[in-house]
Design a protein around this ligand. Structure first.
Ligand SMILES: *[C@@H]1O[C@H](CO)[C@@H](O)[C@H](O)[C@H]1NC(C)=O
Ligand SMILES: *[C@@H]1O[C@H](CO)[C@@H](O)[C@H](O)[C@H]1NC(C)=O
Ligand SMILES: *[C@@H]1O[C@H](CO)[C@@H](O)[C@H](O)[C@H]1NC(C)=O
Ligand SMILES: *[C@@H]1O[C@H](CO)[C@@H](O)[C@H](O)[C@H]1NC(C)=O
Ligand SMILES: [Cu+2]
Length: 271
């Protein structure tokens, strides 16, 4: 009996890690700005940057994207926010998978007409790939966060530029230009905004960069806004591959998991 209860609970918790819809992030700090710039590599003309600024009324993030010097073949090119920063050695593989706090997964392509179910980090899936030597775009992504306590926060992460076959041809870390100002301060906590904290944009790294002697120019100890310790929900952990559960996930699967939980609970009471 106990065994069957445990297996029911295991099945239920597996179901609760299922994907859920990304909410529109409506409380981003006004004026918050993060920038990531690809470093110049010897022998490569590839250049680019992504800037993310809190969009109007704190709803979503306005991204300004520039790339140039793309190879003549290998497109269409894709770019994403990844779940981990670029490591000190500059190896883009170290950025892990895409930022995907609501567990859409890697298997299904993003349907741009349903951006709320895509991986929050799949910027080119939601807003367009490109197949040109140069590319510029500006758009608002409603599911990205400049609020450090939001699961879709990207300010301490990275972006990766890929060939169509997923080869990572460049990556860079986001750095804070401004933490912005929160309009409301629930429970007296403040994000102690530092509106004009400028960080050198050269503090970025890319995959397979030849290490220059002396310094890598990269420093992973980026000052981040410390907006107090969020108690919930947790952001995706960089060091863990196990799925993070979010409150929304469980309610989305009320039919499956809820029924299983009910069955399990009933079984426990029957013991
Ligand atoms: C990806 O495409 C590039 C350019 O077409 C090619 O040079 C490279 O070998 C491909 N990599 C893989 C893993 O298929
Ligand atoms: C980058 O990291 C991956 C995975 O850790 C490893 O397989 C690969 O050899 C590394 N590449 C370089 C150039 O160090
Ligand atoms: C990024 O910042 C958030 C909020 O402070 C934190 O929860 C998360 O662990 C950080 N991620 C990384 C990869 O440092
Ligand atoms: C990075 O910053 C930390 C703290 O400011 C410092 O101790 C460290 O030496 C720096 N590393 C590099 C590579 O600049
Ligand atoms: Cu990617």
């Amino acid at each position: 009996m106990l065994v069957s209860v445990l297996s029911l609970l295991a099945a239920a918790s597996a179901v609760s890690a299922q994907s859920s819809t990304a909410p529109v992030v409506a409380d981003n700090p006004i004026g918050a700005k993060y920038v990531a710039t690809l470093p110049q590599k010897a022998g490569s003309s590839l250049a680019g940057s992504i800037e993310g600024v809190t969009a109007a009324d704190g709803k979503g993030v306005k991204f300004t994207v520039h790339f140039s010097g793309l190879p003549a073949t290998g497109g269409p090119f894709m770019y994403h926010i990844h779940a981990k920063p670029v490591p000190a050695d500059g190896n883009c593989t170290g950025t892990g998978a895409h930022l995907d706090p609501y567990h859409y997964g890697e298997e299904k392509a993003c349907d741009a007409s349903k951006p709320e179910i895509c991986q929050t980090g799949d910027l080119s899936g939601k807003h367009g790939k490109f197949d040109t030597n140069e590319f510029s775009a500006e758009y608002t992504d409603l599911y990205s966060a400049t609020l450090p306590t939001d699961p879709a926060f990207f300010g301490n992460l990275s972006f990766v530029l890929h060939l169509a076959n997923k080869t990572r041809i460049g990556c860079a870390n986001f750095h804070m230009v401004s933490a912005g100002e929160t309009t409301s301060e629930p429970c007296g906590f403040s994000t102690s905004a530092s509106p004009t904290l400028a960080l050198p944009s050269t503090m970025a790294s890319s995959g397979y960069a030849v290490p220059t002697s002396g310094s890598t120019g990269y420093n992973s100890t980026v000052p981040m806004p410390t907006a107090g310790k969020p108690s919930s929900p947790s952001a995706p952990s960089a060091s863990s591959t196990s799925p993070v559960e979010f409150p929304g996930a469980a309610s989305k699967v009320a039919g499956g998991a809820g029924a299983l939980f009910a069955a399990a609970a009933a079984a426990i009471f029957a013991l």
